[in-house]
Design a protein around this ligand. Structure first.
Ligand code: 15L
Length: 265
């Protein structure tokens, strides 16, 4: 499969591009940044908020599917958050429609439901409950995927990623960790499962202490193999553990992240 990966120079992007290539896919990278040293696949420096720039990439490259990872990974004001997550997604979806690309995998986030109080295992049917403007941007992007799936038949899988790190670094991450290898497994499953329509899955490893239901991912063929528990004896208890366990979004749900929606940064 020939896959356009946005945010290809980012933390997840570098792992996913290499992982998909290792698994026999052809990758086309797109990022604001230049191609990392040593990588050899086609590369486009472009801003995904610019529909003309995005269309130009699709005009030039044959693409079978999109993995949209680009986006600011932290909190911002509302206009920036919507641009970073919703506008980029819309520009890519419009290009998909224009070029008959019918597979779209999206790096959403647990912060789309981050303000949900932590109780039982959370399913994908929980109502959108963002914890930040970052989360609002992810909810808006997921709404666009749903709209384009209904209108144009695009198969759109939204992966609500937890904590993508080489290793878990806190007690919360023993529940929310997504290992690099499982990240690649998840993206490949979402890209290749036949006819998922619009689907939401949680992007975490097979963590013993998982907070979110892995079953919707397994239905799509995402079978995680790693477990954060392997690292549990290296994680010291922290002063913020209790607060970070109160809501799905951990620290993003706390007062440190409160800000006015339209305040200039
Ligand atoms: C995310 O979506 C963020 O991009 C990242 O910075 C982490 O905070 C992660 O979620 C998380 O919840 O651990």
């Amino acid at each position: 499969m020939r896959v356009l990966v946005t945010g290809a120079a980012g933390t997840i992007g570098q792992v996913v591009t290499v992982g998909l290539t290792d698994r026999g896919h052809d990758v086309v990278g797109l990022d604001l940044a230049p191609q990392p040293m040593g990588e050899v696949w086609p590369w486009h420096v472009a801003d995904c908020t610019d529909p003309d720039a995005v269309r130009a990439v699709f005009d030039e490259e044959h693409i079978d599917g999109v993995v949209h990872l680009a986006g600011h990974p932290g909190e911002a004001g509302l206009p920036d958050a919507l641009a970073s997550h919703a506008v980029t997604t819309a520009a890519l979806l419009d290009a998909c429609v224009a070029h008959d690309v019918t597979r779209f995998v999206y790096a959403s986030s647990n912060h789309a439901v981050g303000r949900t109080p932590r109780r039982d295992l959370l399913g994908v049917d929980a109502r959108p409950r963002p914890d930040t403007f970052y989360g609002v941007g992810k909810v808006a992007a997921e709404a666009l995927l749903s709209l384009y799936a209904d209108r144009y038949g695009i198969d759109a899988v939204s992966c609500r990623i937890g904590s993508f790190r080489p290793e878990p670094t806190s007690v919360r991450e023993l529940s929310t960790w997504l290992s690099p290898d499982d990240g690649v497994r998840m993206v490949e499953a979402a890209l290749t499962v036949p006819a998922p329509g619009f689907a939401v899955i949680y992007g975490i490893s097979a963590n013993t202490r998982a907070w979110w239901d892995l079953e919707p991912g397994r239905v799509l063929g995402y079978e995680p193999l790693d477990d954060a528990e392997t690292f549990a004896d290296r994680i010291a208890p922290g002063a913020d553990d209790e607060a970070e366990g109160a809501f799905v979004g951990g620290p993003f749900a706390g007062p440190f992240y409160y800000r006015a929606a339209l305040e200039s940064s």
